[in-house]
Design a protein around this ligand. Structure first.
Ligand code: VNL
Length: 387
């Protein structure tokens, strides 16, 4: 403690007095390369947009973002997070495109007492792995339970689940089944597809053979194109079997490339580029302007809202970067996101948000997820069940 304050005092002297404070550094660790680079690009673009709109000074402190590419390798995420804490003295760690990357970093957040803002990953358990984790993305149980309850109420009785075989897929499979069977439905088969270079064709064939009313799908952001391509190649779009999914399938970043085969897919998701609010219209317009050729997707809002959370927490602490003080400031925070109203559950540090039921429709020549029903202020069902 004493040594720390001597070093701080010396640093202030060198910098020319108390007024010249060090910037508040945010270490942003994302998959900017590799198969999930689209998630990294979306989150980074939204973080930059937030700063462009809100300035880079908060509570008198300059904000500096240090971006690192982990290439979707968990060991790299952990090493980069460690270096950001030790060498760059970051006040906050943020990003985390996939669950294994977020989990690998949790022990560092705990040890260093540095807030870890999970902006993209969605397995329920993540927030339980460190008291310094706060999530601004979503949980798969939120979307899967919402989809199951809608399906059961809308004439779907028998379903085959087809999910990607890693933690968020397991959450989606488990919580879809839990809610669907509770509502009287039947899950005839649960199929898991490898995450690396996925070939959905054999799984789609097995799903078809079971003659369900619908297939329920989860794929991670970016893998929807190949799923849809193989769904159509197998003739499943003309089979009478309906396609329902978490919103990850109809990712706004790539949805337009699916073609008319995507029309009518029903999904449960927390964000649509077509969400009808003034806040979202402004967001989509500014995002597109700053990133020509891109449309913001559900990953982007996790980055945008994560920055808002950090800015507001710093305002509350008067610019102090003590990790526990920042976490305490974030607990219970509520604000309007481009996705709609959100808040941070003060007990679990997880996100509470609306989940929307949407249908893919064409508007102005483009494919969009058009919201037609809302499950308001949904907590993570897995944590709710543990209580
Ligand atoms: C995860 C969940 C990743 C949902 C995703 O895309 C996604 C995760 C990269 O928790 O790893 O759409």
């Amino acid at each position: 403690m004493l040594r720390k304050s001597i070093i701080a005092a010396a640093a202030a002297l060198v910098a020319g007095g108390a007024a010249a404070q060090e910037p508040v550094r945010i270490g942003l660790v994302l998959p900017m390369s590799g198969p999930f680079a689209s998630t990294g690009r979306q989150v980074e673009a939204a973080v930059r947009l937030y700063m462009q709109e809100n300035g880079s000074t908060v509570a008198g402190r300059k904000i500096e973002v240090i971006l690192k590419d982990d290439g979707n390798v968990a060991d790299a995420t952990r090493r980069l997070a460690q270096e950001l804490v030790v060498n760059d003295k970051v006040a906050v760690l943020a990003g985390f495109g996939l669950t294994p990357l977020a989990l690998a970093t949790a022990p560092i957040a705990t040890q260093a007492k540095v807030p870890q803002i999970v902006m993209a990953a969605g397995t329920s358990v993540i927030t339980e792995r460190s008291p310094f984790i706060v999530r601004t993305s979503f949980t798969l149980p939120q979307k899967s339970v919402a989809m199951a309850e809608w399906a059961a109420k809308n004439g779907i009785k028998k379903v085959v689940t087809v999910v990607t075989d890693f933690a968020p897929g397991h959450d989606a499979e488990k919580w879809f089944k839990e809610a669907f069977t509770k509502a009287g439905g039947q899950v005839a088969a649960e199929l898991r597809v490898p995450i690396a270079n996925p070939d959905f064709a054999p799984f789609l064939q097995r799903a078809r053979d079971a003659q369900p009313d619908a297939i329920f799908n989860f794929v991670p952001s970016g893998q929807g194109s190949i799923f849809i391509k193989q769904f159509v190649e197998r003739g499943l779009d003309k089979s009478g079997i309906r396609l329902i999914a978490t919103g990850d399938l109809t990712d706004d970043d790539i949805l337009n490339g699916y073609g008319d085969a995507a029309l009518g897919i029903v999904t449960a998701g927390h964000y649509s580029a077509a969400h009808p609010s003034a806040k979202n219209k402004a967001y989509v317009e500014a995002f597109k302007k700053a990133n020509p050729g891109m449309r913001p997707n559900f990953m982007s809002v996790g980055g945008y809202d994560g920055m808002h959370l950090i800015y507001e927490a710093l305002k509350k602490t008067g610019g102090k970067t003590d990790g526990q003080a920042l976490i305490d400031a974030m607990k219970g925070m509520a604000f309007e996101s481009p996705r709609g109203p959100i808040s941070i559950d003060p007990e679990t540090r997880d996100i509470i948000q609306n989940i929307y039921i949407r249908r893919v429709e064409k508007q102005g020549g483009e494919l969009y997820n058009i919201e037609f029903a809302t499950i308001a202020s949904m907590k993570d069902p897995e944590k709710a069940a543990k209580k």
